[in-house]
Design a protein around this ligand. Sequence first.
Ligand code: ZN
Length: 352
Amino acid sequence: MKEFMVGHDVINGGDYSEFFDGVMTSVSSLTDYNITRERYEDYIAEPIKERELFEGFDGTLFIDSGGFKFLGGYELDGSDFEVDIDQEKIYEIQNRLGGDILVNLDQPITQDDSYETRVEKARQTAENVVQFLDISEGTHSARYLTLQGYDYSMLDTFISEIDKIVGSSRVHKKFDGIALGGLVPLKDNKGRLIDAVIDCRAVLRDWGFDDLPLHILGISSSAIPLLSAVGADSFDSSSYLHSAINGKYDVSLARSKPLDNVDFSECNCPVCSDSDLVDRMKGNAEYRKDILGPVAMHNLITQKQEVAEIRDCIRSSDPNALAEYLEETLGRHKALRRFSHRVVNESLGGYF
Ligand SMILES: [Zn+2]
């Protein structure tokens, strides 16, 4: 993907930059792996967009905090090292990586947390928010507030705690958007995802934050059209990559085909139009990454093109455009039809 990002010679060059207009990475991409201190120091030594490796990449870089683990690794001599991860350290890393959109460090809640635990976690997050706003004062990066919760009451409790400690007017003045986290455990339950986003929009409205864009962390693919219809504005996705790793070639946000069953001439994306890359996708390459890399790129293009279509429907002057799009795409999909009908009826003025 790095090679596609910069149109490297090894993938025959080409300009794929329009598909990398927004890229997300996370502090946890450093903390989740047992890297050496030397490598850690190297990763944060220079902003991503100023690196030679990424020359030509000029998309918006969103850096998630995701660093609730301790960074652990080893020195070159094999001894352990650990960096204390707190709000200050997370911001320092986000800043050194050169992020354009940054989020505060939050305390993720789980389905098993008691009410008291959730309130306590919200309080800790609120303290991080105060620190985050103080240390990032004057930044040119956009700042997104992370929220945790899957229903009205959880989200309302969360914002109440933030309001008590930070003050809702300061939150409103300083933050440029909201990032809803903690939904990944619900990713296969479309009904609950829809509930969570509808409730989140309702809570934001009741607290006067409804003018802020809403990003949904870690939810992608066929959930995108449904959640867009109920008020989500942006998404981050690695499903294009996971599909490819599992030998799947995406034909839409909701459908994919096994790689060995694909007629590449049916797709006119720049990957499937390059005979060398098609040859690799057919298995004619020594390394698996060279077979699946182009598949991942094709999958990303397919997803991005469909997201652009959804965006056009939302911006269209025709009030039924999104409802019609949902009917044409998800309405024909047995497992997704009822969710499509639900969001059309509840949020798009009815249709069925
Ligand atoms: Zn293609």
